[in-house]
Ligand binder design. Structure first.
Ligand SMILES: NC(=O)c1ccc[n+]([C@@H]2O[C@H](COP(=O)([O-])OP(=O)(O)OC[C@H]3O[C@@H](n4cnc5c(N)ncnc54)[C@H](OP(=O)(O)O)[C@@H]3O)[C@@H](O)[C@H]2O)c1
Length: 347
């Protein structure tokens, strides 16, 4: 990646992007090992998120995680336009977007990507993900009981039809990489068996209370980079994604103790851990102090081997983004989305 210096002025307190760890993908491309999330969890105004994107670029972020369903791509596009007009080279920034569940149809994939490109005011995306492996969708701000009347289970043949169009996006040069999200090992095995263009990453929930060590290892062995969403345990997630059993990694005594010793916020400990274990966290924040601190966390002092071991022991297998709204029949449990017995849950 190169950075044009024309008129681009980083903030005075910016982190040097050259210090940010990078992931080398199977294609040889590099992706910054931390990005800024842009899902406002249905309550942060789109303009506030767009403003954060612009200011985050000025403090040193070079990786942004967008999606059409977040509803804010057209405002974020104005931020990108300003950023690149100010002289930052497009090639210095990694930009992801995602295909929403209602656009899995063969005629919809390319049009949907083109719409995201138009909204984001870009000629290409670095990464385009299939947001969920189901075509089941929900309206923004829906509650946990909302179901799509046409909802279906994972149907591999259908997913591969969608994937062929994703591959075509690469062929056409509209996207540099394609990837999956919210997958499981059994689904991933089938996909890796049948693809022509491999997924470069799988985006998945990962934080100290939901570590998914087996899946992370499987992805690494297969050259797929794990991107960690909700890396802080998504403290402001929508109501539909909350249950009484949920726990908070930011409040875990092991995380808090390490944070106190290092004189950082527990969020910094979660992010150091995420990067040091080889994943790529994409924390959301619209608070300048917080998103700057998050970038500093992964360029500052690392956790010790003892800290890493202590955090490995606090996994609670506590999935927070359960996805109930994507279930396909009555009386199902959210676990059915996640193939817990090692096989794809039958219809
Ligand atoms: N692929 C998918 O299906 C999927 C699903 C969920 C999320 N995602 C992506 O992952 C991103 C991140 O996940 P998330 O938004 O669910 O949760 P998250 O990043 O774990 O948590 C974000 C929350 O943490 C707070 N925060 C951030 N930095 C902080 C700090 N240093 N100190 C204290 N609080 C801090 C933020 O508040 P402030 O704004 O006040 O800092 C915000 O409320 C999303 O924005 C989205 O891009 C993808």
């Amino acid at each position: 990646m190169t950075e044009a210096t024309a008129r681009w002025q980083p903030a005075e307190d910016a982190v040097d992007p050259a210090l940010v760890p990078q992931r080398r993908l199977a294609t040889g491309a590099t992706m910054p090992a931390i990005g800024l999330g842009t899902f406002g969890s249905d309550h942060i105004p789109h303009a506030v998120v767009a403003e954060a994107v612009q200011s985050a670029a000025a403090v040193g972020y070079r990786h942004f995680d967008c999606a059409s369903v977040y509803g804010n791509e057209s405002l974020i596009g104005r931020s990108f336009e300003d950023i690149f007009a100010s002289g930052l080279d497009r090639s210095a920034v990694w930009i992801t977007s995602k295909l929403w569940n209602d656009k899995h149809g063969e005629d919809d994939v390319i049009a949907s990507c083109e719409q995201s490109l138009a909204n984001l005011r870009l000629k290409y995306l670095d990464l385009y993900l299939v947001h969920w492996p189901f075509p089941n969708h929900h309206p923004p701000q829906c509650d946990v009981n909302q179901r799509n009347p046409n909802a279906v289970p994972y149907i591999h043949e259908n997913y591969m039809r969608t994937w062929r169009k994703m591959e075509e996006l690469v062929d056409r040069g509209l996207v540099r990489h394609i990837g999956t999200s919210n997958m499981t090992i059994p689904k991933m095995k089938l996909v890796l068996r049948d693809v022509r263009v491999k997924p470069a990453v799988n985006e998945m929930e990962l934080h100290p209370h939901f570590q998914q060590p087996e899946f992370v290892a499987y992805l690494k062995e297969n050259g797929v980079e794990p991107v960690a969403y909700s890396p802080l345990g998504s403290p402001a997630r929508p109501e539909r994604d909350r249950t009484p059993e949920d726990t908070s990694p930011l409040e875990d005594s092991v995380i808090v103790r390490i944070a106190e010793r290092m004189r950082v916020h527990p969020a910094a400990v979660c992010l150091k851990w995420a990067v040091q274990r080889g994943t790529t966290p994409i924390p959301f924040s619209t608070n300048r102090r917080n998103y700057l601190a998050n970038l500093r966390a992964v360029t500052g002092d690392p956790l010790s081997a003892e800290d890493m071991q202590a955090i490995a022991k606090i996994d609670r297998n506590c999935r927070l983004i359960k996805g109930q709204v994507f279930l396909w029949k009555d009386n199902q449990s959210w676990e059915d989305l996640w193939d817990l017995n090692g096989e794809i849950t039958p219809a």
